[in-house]
Design a protein around this ligand. Structure first.
Ligand code: SAM
Ligand code: SF4
Length: 464
């Protein structure tokens, strides 16, 4: 296959369609997996070979390799966060979304920046340190002045030993000038889902409003990086078009950003369409994916772009979330509310979609520990300036782990002392001791021992 020029075009559908229509050559799978395990990432053609596998036995090989790679790059950490929905008004009419303009069956609201701060405090009281701020698309009601106020109020808000240390945002695309302004608010990652990379289907499911413009959305990350944002997060919304097309297009988008800006996406999200109140389309999406293929998607993404975080939300059930963490997911939300005011101020307002994991953060932390994962509330990289290309330079050769492991355990210790139930505390303290004694590198072990002692003595926000 001739070399793909990723720089000029973001998505080249003909190339993707050729790749997904090819039958997998099973004799190539071992070689591809060996290459992936050397942390080299995969060419699009190789990712397609893996994605086209449809027998369970070969798929198991892919899952095993993904699990191994996840362990090499991320160790046993899983980063936790919560979404904060500031508003559910929207001028668009996306066929699948509970907030769509024509959905008259939901109550609408725009939280005031003070109410947003109240929500942030309720999230802090659960023990979270990292949020993603979301709104519908309404430039008048939830424009940049509004967002700036909200972000300032969130960073100012404090509860005992609680604060939000990183605000990622998932809002509608902006111009380069407006992205520059957004950047000045001190945000973490700018996330935006393309929903579908298939232009025809995109136009069908986004009939009106600003979002109807496929290219405006597709080119958003180029504009964001041109504007100086360091970290961007991409993803399709699975259920609209062929999952293989969407997965390869997501990878093509990643390769494009890497080729053009020297930095790939910081994260890839893998949302699936869930039922939303008053939205028939969401109950039966055209390209529903089953669990086997969903696992394959996460494993192939992990093997193809090893340095990129994979985000999973509470759209998925606890059992599936555990399996997907094993295969490559590295960040998960917990105890989420997907309606504005859902944590404290308007508990009764309507949600964007139905969730399948309704456990408390304490239950999620406990389950992760029992499964051998370190729940992490770390936000250190962003505050230490390990962002964008600097982050990638550490992440690509697998070096980021040496910073992450002590920070993950230290933030877990904060959670355990300040928020955990008795049962989780008992498990957590024992787990932290084990993490210290299992740390192989002597210098890291001594650093970690010191960090944990400082947290135990009452110091907070201890990171390296
Ligand atoms: N309104 C902005 C936009 O569309 O870009 C901001 C993000 S919106 C609040 C968050 C994401 O929710 C959307 O990008 C979409 O992928 C996802 N979403 C919408 N309806 C959904 C549904 N029924 N099930 C699961 N996810 C959904
Ligand atoms: Fe509005 Fe975003 Fe929902 Fe579309 S996905 S209707 S733009 S909130």
């Amino acid at each position: 296959m001739k070399k793909i020029d990723y720089k000029t075009e973001i998505i080249q559908p003909d190339i993707i369609n050729d790749l997904i229509n090819k039958k997998t050559d099973n004799s190539k799978i071992d070689e591809i997996l060996n290459k992936a395990l050397k942390l080299k990432g995969l060419e699009l053609e190789e990712s397609a070979e893996l994605l086209n596998v449809d027998d369970e036995e070969t798929a198991e090989k892919i899952f095993k390799a993904a699990k191994q790679l996840k362990e090499i790059i991320y160790g046993n950490r899983i980063v936790l966060f919560a979404p904060l929905y500031a508003a559910n008004v929207c001028t668009n009419n996306c066929l699948y979304c509970g907030f769509r303009r024509d959905n008259n069956s939901i109550k609408r609201c725009v939280l005031t920046p003070d109410e947003v701060a109240e929500e942030a405090k309720a999230i802090m009281e659960l023990g979270h340190k990292r949020i993603v701020l979301l709104t519908g698309e309404d430039y008048k009601e939830t424009g940049l002045d509004y967002l700036e106020n909200c972000i300032n109020k969130i960073y100012e808000a404090k509860v005992f030993n609680g604060e939000i240390r990183r605000i990622n945002v998932n809002i509608a695309p902006l111009s380069v000038e407006d992205f520059k302004r957004l950047n000045s608010f001190g945000i973490g990652t700018y996330q935006l889902f393309q929903e579908t990379y298939n232009e025809e289907i995109y136009k069908y499911v986004h009939p009106v409003g600003k979002k109807a413009d496929y290219r405006w959305r597709l080119e958003a990350m180029d504009r964001a990086l041109e504007a100086g944002l360091h970290d961007v997060g991409i993803g399709p919304l699975f259920g609209l078009a062929d999952y293989r097309f969407e997965t390869l297009a997501t990878l093509m988008h990643s390769h494009h950003l890497d080729a053009k800006f020297g930095v790939g996406p910081h994260t890839i999200s893998v949302p699936r369409i869930e039922p939303a109140k008053g939205v028939t389309f969401s109950e039966n999406p055209p390209e529903k994916i089953d669990e086997f293929n969903f696992k394959k998607i996460v494993a192939v993404l992990r093997l193809s772009v090893p340095y990129t975080g994979i985000i999973l939300s509470t759209r998925e059930t606890p059992i599936l979330r555990k399996q997907l963490c094993d295969l490559g997911a590295s960040q998960i939300s917990a105890e989420s509310r997907v309606n504005p005011g859902g944590y404290s101020v308007h508990k009764e307002s309507d949600s964007q979609f139905t969730m399948s994991d309704n456990r408390s953060l304490d239950e999620v932390v406990k389950a992760l520990i029992k499964d051998g994962y370190t729940p992490s509330f770390c936000t250190a990289c962003y505050r230490k300036g390990r962002v964008g290309k600097d982050f990638m330079d550490l992440a690509k050769p697998g070096l980021i782990k040496q910073f992450c492991q002590p920070n993950a355990v230290s933030t877990l210790a904060e959670y355990i002392y300040d928020y955990a139930s008795e049962e989780t505390k008992e498990l957590g303290l024992k787990f932290i001791e084990e993490q210290i004694s299992e740390t192989e590198n002597a210098a890291t072990q001594s650093l970690l021992t010191d960090m944990i002692a400082r947290v135990a003595a009452g110091e907070r926000d201890v990171y390296n």
